[in-house]
Design a protein around this ligand. Structure first.
Ligand SMILES: Cc1cc2nc3c(=O)[nH]c(=O)nc-3n(C[C@H](O)[C@H](O)[C@H](O)COP(=O)(O)OP(=O)(O)OC[C@H]3O[C@@H](n4cnc5c(N)ncnc54)[C@H](O)[C@@H]3O)c2cc1C
Length: 406
């Protein structure tokens, strides 16, 4: 039995590791092993190209990390909200009460909305847009002053297409923060350690899959015969003909651009995550060394994150200038910057648009022996995550094992 797994991200590697014990598995990867969770290595340390942390509820990821002999460290992090070039911490009840953009009544409405979210049947709201839902339930001020900047930061130009169901589901899974802040986890020295161990022992072919053909009962992948194929790369990269034959709907993805900076200074004193309400360049500032110790790196690490399609099209040298100029508005002095890199992902996650719940992809497709898993699989709703991808990888491997009696 010979199986092709397309994509060596966390889904593909988790799937391949499980199937490897029962069949010959070839993993095809066109870019960096680890996919969206891959890292940039400076020579002294490795750091994710895109900020990464995990949550206490990430059960499958936590078990995998422990089973592979790694350790997750947990920290309560501070968050903030920036507008007009000023950053407001939003962690303790007092800080929240002091936040000037929302009235006391709006804050109360938001608190009740969050509390209620865990008991709601979000799927009923999948045909309503997030903008309509918030406007009707919480009012124009909360929409414009609070949610709209967050939605723009997360979905870029696509934010109006997002479904209200997604917001409700997302608020529900993130509503169990502690009174003094949210507890996040990280593999000390980086998720790079996890990627390295996962890849160990797998046969990884560093080539792009350009052709998949069904020939008799087998599959021809780049000219080589396989009994089954597990496709874990983003859906838009799949040949349209196969996608339709397999019964997979078209799924819209968003793009990401992240500036990763090594610097002598920080932007905030102690905030890990700052949502930026009024910047056209980045929607969040993530100060990694306010999460993990500065000593692990010997310099501060800052991400400036955007999910904008128009920025994605720009050249990296142009983006570096734009990001540094905008970061200055928040107090980052360019002379303190040791280095800056731009990382882009064309397919960084699905857009959870109106009607998305019907598009979540089951592992088995209409083509016998052809499977799909990854960011559009059930465990990756309402948020694609490392946990969701590892779980999808294991679950699709179980489906293959069952179907082929492995
Ligand atoms: C900016 C950003 C921040 C994030 N932060 C977090 C976080 O804090 N916590 C968290 O849990 N998750 C986070 N994530 C999400 C997490 O990284 C992803 O959910 C997860 O890594 C996806 O893994 P995957 O294997 O499903 O997909 P991918 O990582 O996209 O892997 C798919 C692989 O397929 C390859 N490929 C594509 N086409 C082909 C082809 N034709 N032939 C061969 N190979 C191909 C790609 O190169 C890629 O390596 C973040 C993602 C981004 C973009």
């Amino acid at each position: 039995m010979k199986i092709a797994v397309v994509g060596a991200g966390l889904t593909g590697m988790s799937c391949a590791r499980m199937l490897n014990e029962h069949a010959k598995v070839v993993l095809f990867e066109k870019g960096d092993v680890g996919g969206l969770a891959s890292s940039h290595c400076t020579g002294t340390y490795c750091i994710e190209k895109f900020y990464h942390h995990c949550f206490k509820s990430d059960d499958v990821l936590i078990d995998l990390v422990r089973d592979l002999g790694l350790r997750i460290v947990w920290r309560v992090v501070r968050i903030g909200y920036a507008f007009d070039g000023r950053i407001y911490p939003l962690n303790t009840p007092v800080e929240i009460l002091r936040y000037p953009q929302l009235s006391f009544v709006d804050k109360l409405k938001l608190a009740l909305f969050t509390l209620k979210s865990r008991r709601r049947n979000y799927s009923k709201e999948d045909d309503r847009s997030v903008v309509d839902g918030i406007r009707e339930e919480l009012g124009e001020n909360i929409l414009r002053k609070f949610f709209m900047p967050l939605l723009k930061a997360k979905f870029g130009e696509e934010f109006e297409r997002v479904s209200y169901a997604w917001l409700l589901a997302r608020v529900a899974i993130r509503s169990n923060r502690k009174l003094n802040g949210e507890e996040l986890g990280y593999v000390r020295r980086g998720f790079h350690e996890l990627v390295k161990i996962l890849a160990d022992g797998l046969e990884i072919r560093r080539e792009e899959v350009r052709r998949i053909e069904k020939v008799g009962g087998k599959f021809d992948v780049n000219g080589e015969r396989f009994d089954a194929v597990v496709y874990t790369a983003p859906i838009p990269t799949l040949d349209d003909r196969i996608r339709r034959e397999a019964g997979i709907p078209e799924i819209k993805y968003q793009s990401s651009v992240c500036a990763l900076i090594g610097a002598e200074e920080t932007i905030t004193e102690d905030i890990y995550w700052t949502n930026v309400a009024d910047s056209k360049i980045f929607g969040a500032i993530i100060e990694h060394t306010h999460f993990m110790p500065f000593e692990d790196y010997g310099e501060h690490i800052i991400y400036l994150a955007s999910y904008s399609k128009s920025l994605f099209e720009k050249r990296n040298d142009e983006l570096k200038k734009l990001y540094l100029k905008e970061a200055k508005r928040f107090g980052l002095d360019e002379s303190s910057v040791n280095w800056i890199e731009i990382f882009k992902a064309k397919y960084s996650g699905p857009v959870y648009e109106v009607g998305y719940l019907k598009k979540i992809t089951p592992y088995r497709t209409k083509i016998k022996g052809f499977y799909v898993a990854g960011m559009t699989s059930p465990p990756n709703y309402p948020e694609r995550s490392m946990n969701g991808s590892v779980k999808a990888g294991f679950e699709v491997a179980e489906a293959v094992k069952k179907d082929f009696g492995l």
